[in-house]
Ligand binder design. Structure first.
Ligand code: G3H
Ligand code: 13P
Ligand code: ZN
Length: 309
């Protein structure tokens, strides 16, 4: 099976009250860990590449490794650009075989967000590629750009219909209180399910995307801190909130930080216990297993997309 778009995945996820995991990929071990878990759980999969990942790993390497994943797993896999910020970047990914792109023009005023998104949608649809856009602004860190909580803003449900109609976009990321990174809430975690419900009322049947959806497992944070890390106060989105969102209109849940935590906790612990190891396979192998373990947990216990491939 070749790479697929997310159209069919989202349709079934919406109807079935579950969500598809969109996992960020940066190297071979991360790709393999994710794909092994999804293969064993027969879960449809979105592998997403940020512009930082493209710079780090080289987009050709990443694309070819994702092609290898398609070949070895037989799973429906969608290759997605995460947080594309310009038409040129989206076009480049479309031209090099991605089946889905995100144009994130959410930092621009509403009218400009519409016109940039529309331009990407026209090019993408002409090439059989689907597009995700964003309305509202998440807090957190992306590609070294930090959006302070005070500059973040919730999605305005009054704008979503006009935005979707005018752009022709295929899915929409909204801001309801999640944020990127491992420090999402200062106090009690709170998501604006009322906004999500309002958006769903205005766009019945339309797939919604949740960014910043890592749950920051405290056992991983503890291991990192135990072996010399410093992440006091790290806190993610409680898993029951993600399950709730997946039952509603949220069809795509983005997870990156949890994979980073799994890799880092494993490597830190490994070197603390085996300081003289110098073969990268001795620590990258366990890191790959840790990625697999957390992805399997997400698929089965949070997203509910196991057995849906
Ligand atoms: O939303 C951001 C993702 O976690 C990707 O992060 O831009 O550092 O690759 P990155
Ligand atoms: P996390 O930082 O919560 O993993 O979010 C990732 C994300 O939204 C990628 O686009
Ligand atoms: Zn994101």
């Amino acid at each position: 099976m070749p790479l697929v778009t997310s159209t069919e995945m989202f349709k079934k996820a919406y109807e079935g009250g579950y969500a598809i995991g969109a996992f960020n990929v940066n190297n071979m071990e991360i790709i393999q860990g994710i794909v092994e878990a999804a293969t064993e759980e027969r879960a449809p999969l979105i592998l997403q590449v940020s512009s930082g990942a493209r710079k780090y790993a080289n987009t050709t390497y990443l694309t070819k490794m994702v092609e290898a994943a398609v070949e070895t797993s037989g799973l429906p896999i969608c290759l997605h650009l995460d947080h594309g910020d310009t038409f040129a970047l989206c076009k480049d990914c479309i031209d090099s075989g991605f089946t889905s792109v995100m144009i994130d023009a959410s930092a621009h005023p509403f009218a400009e967000n519409i016109s940039i998104t529309k331009q990407v949608v026209e090019y993408a649809h002409d090439h059989g590629v689907v597009v995700e856009a964003e309305l509202g602004k998440l807090a957190g860190v992306e590609d070294d750009v930090k959006v302070d909580a005070k500059d973040a803003s919730y999605t305005d449900p009054d704008q979503v219909q006009e935005f979707v109609e005018k752009t022709g976009v295929d899915s929409l990321a909204i801001a309801i209180g999640t944020s990127h990174g491992a420090f999402k809430f200062k106090g009690q975690p709170r998501l604006r399910f009322d906004i999500l419900q309002e958006v769903e009322n205005r766009l019945p049947g339309f797939p919604i995307v949740l960014h910043g959806a890592s749950s920051v497992p405290q056992d991983l944070v503890k291991v990192i801190n135990q072996y010399g890390g410093a992440m006091p106060g790290a806190q993610g989105v409680p898993e029951e909130m993600l399950r709730e969102a997946a039952k509603m209109a949220v069809c795509k849940i983005n997870i990156d930080s949890d994979l980073r935590l799994a890799v880092t906790a494993t490597v830190r612990e490994h070197f603390a216990l085996n300081p003289s190891h110098f073969d990268p396979r001795q620590y990258l192998g366990p890191a790959r297993e840790a990625v697999k373990k957390i992805v399997r947990h997400k698929i089965v216990n949070v997203l509910g997309c196991n057995g849906k491939a």
